[in-house]
Design a protein around this ligand. Structure first.
Ligand code: ADP
Ligand code: MG
Length: 360
């Protein structure tokens, strides 16, 4: 499948002035597993529907390779059926009067695929998704999660060039969701199908995507690999949306003092020349350490006095709450902590682990 390109894409729904999506520029390359990630209402579903052809753009253009499929200024619009994409939505509609096997076979029949090939593909995909044993049942006799798998199977059976998936795992319990993620990843690796996957779940995006597009309020915040998004968040929104426990944010004023402020200022001009001022500094919880004695601070680290105000076990790891320079900091550790409430000492963080943002 050639690259899908959205250029200055914008969507206002029927007469409303509010932009569900605005000024969206995004490229989805061949074979990519692109996750659209963001909180509820940020425009993910709208974006997916625009790509699929279920919604017209209000402004801008979408191309697939060099084929224009939607262009407001020229009035071009290619319908959903002619875009060659498979869609699975959060609320999927299985045919209630058809067995699971017939439902899985549905798209292949529609495309008039020869019987022997149909049977082979249905068999393979039902096995892969673990629904073969329900072949003679009807959708009402399956759980929500099993139905969701049938919807996925029906989609995969036709082997589309692009799969558009809108929170397809949302009705599954935690274990099955994990299994399905691994399955989707295997399917993607095996078939190299381009996938656009909508989710509000950062873990889902992190584990699945080759590329993540983070959205907020209808606007694209950052596109990058999961590692880029986590290690080099473009702004405070992205930094706070991704990561659990969330990133520590220290808001800065011109009067801010102490080692964090000092270091942020020192590194600011060197590493963040594009910023006009420092609004805030972020530190991931796993980048921070706590020691009792100044001598134990790793060389080259930034450090400052801190006291422990809480130790929270989370099963296999611990979150330690500190107060440093009047700010609350959370750090995570996988070693049983040798400190308890009230302990005095020093926090430390390597300077390269500081994220500097221009927004507060
Ligand atoms: P997400 O999938 O990220 O939760 P949506 O794309 O569904 O977000 O919605 C983006 C914005 O557009 C929201 O403010 C939502 O209320 C609005 N919206 C979505 N669908 C419609 C519609 N059919 N008519 C009017 N507004 C809509
Ligand atoms: Mg949605």
């Amino acid at each position: 499948m050639p690259t899908i390109r959205l250029k200055d894409a914008e969507k206002r729904y029927g007469g409303t002035a509010v932009k569900a999506v605005s000024n969206l520029n995004l490229e989805i390359g061949d074979g990519e597993f692109m996750c659209l990630l963001g909180p509820s209402g940020c425009g993910k579903t709208t974006t997916l529907r625009m790509i699929s052809g279920l919604e017209h753009l209000s402004q801008g253009q979408i191309t697939i390779g060099d084929r224009v499929v939607d262009c407001v200024s020229s009035g071009t619009f290619v319908t959903a059926e002619k875009r060659g994409m498979g869609l699975v939505f959060q609320s999927y509609a299985l045919w209630p009067h058809m067995t699971i096997e017939r439902n899985t076979d549905f798209g292949l029949r529609l495309r008039k695929v020869p019987k022997a090939e149909r049977e082979a593909r249905v068999e393979k995909v039902m096995k892969t998704l673990g629904i073969a044993q329900y072949r003679d049942r009807y959708p009402s006799q399956l759980s929500g999660g099993q139905q969701q798998r049938v919807a996925l199977a029906r989609m995969l059976a036709v082997n589309p060039d692009v799969l558009l998936l809108d929170e397809p795992l949302s009705n599954l319990d935690a274990r099955l969701r994990l299994e399905m993620r691994a399955e989707l990843k295997r399917l993607h690796e095996a078939f190299k199908t381009t996938i656009v996957f909508v989710t509000h779940d950062q873990w889902e995006a992190m584990t699945l995507a080759t590329s993540i597009a983070v959205m907020s309020d209808g606007e694209l915040q950052q596109v990058g690999t999961p590692n880029d998004i986590y290690e080099r968040p473009a702004n405070r929104f992205v930094a706070e949306f991704v990561g659990s426990p969330p990133i520590n944010i220290i808001e800065m004023t011109d009067q801010s003092s102490g080692p964090l402020a000092g270091l942020a200022r020192a590194y600011f001009s060197k590493f963040y020349p594009q910023l006009k001022s420092i609004g805030s500094v972020g530190m991931r919880p796993e980048a921070i350490g706590f020691v009792r004695d100044a001598g134990a601070v790793p060389e080259g680290s930034l450090s400052g006095r801190a006291s422990v105000t809480g130790v929270l076990p989370t099963g296999g790891s611990w979150i330690i709450e500190l107060v440093a320079e009047g700010s609350k900091l959370f750090l995570t550790t996988h070693q049983p902590p040798a400190v308890s409430d009230g302990a005095e000492g020093l926090f430390h963080v390597p300077p390269e682990a500081l994220h500097v943002f221009d927004d507060k």
